[in-house]
Design a protein around this ligand. Sequence first.
Ligand code: C5P
Length: 243
Amino acid sequence: MTPPTGTTHLDTTNPVAVALVPAAGRGERLGFGVPKALVPVRGTALLTHAVRGLLTAGCVRHVVVAAPPNEVESTADLLRSAGLAADVVPGGTDRTESVRLALRHATKVIPDISVVLVHDAARAFTPAEVIRSVVAAVAAGAPAVIPVLPMADTVKQVDFTGTVLATPDRAALRVVQTPQGFDVDTLTRAYAEAGDSATDDAGLVEKIGVPVATVPGHAYAMKITTPFDLAIAESVLSTGARP
Ligand code: C5P
């Protein structure tokens, strides 16, 4: 694939990929009394699992974590004590601002960066093959790439009363996972033009008219959001089945 005009020329054999992990939220919905990124699975924080997964995938040169501003030191200590080399920067007031600050740091400390991944700490068990295929697709010329899975359930569009308005064709729908991958110029431009807070980085890229490609995701890249998800993660790890 030919890189689109105006984007950085990527070294397809050895791209410099940096992963940003926004983990500055205080969300305590899992009920552990700590932010979700610090919730333990088999005694280790989700964030630690996530950063380890990125650094051991074999294609990520550097990881930048955005932490709550008053927990930068403790987060850095947590990762250091796990033997993980990652930069921890203060996050912003919302996820968009945290990614923007992490991206600014990454481009400053690693000027030859070509591929940027944005990854949820809550998708702590994303297999290396998914991370590698996202990086490879960006390095091959796609400006934006997201891992996706087909929909297992039928989806309904409803109005505010809950009455069904439409049944979208399930075959054309996908569930989105992370890491989402971008060439650095595309993500920088999307964030420069982003107004509102966004939960989906690829959505910002769509807004500036850049096509977003997809690669196959994986069930283990599930987002750990509820105690049920946590139980599944514990169970997968205990069987040693993590790919
Ligand atoms: O709170 P919410 O579920 O929307 O957060 C989504 C992700 O964004 C979480 O990983 C959270 O840590 C991160 N976040 C952030 N900075 C904020 C708020 C949320 O990095 N100020």
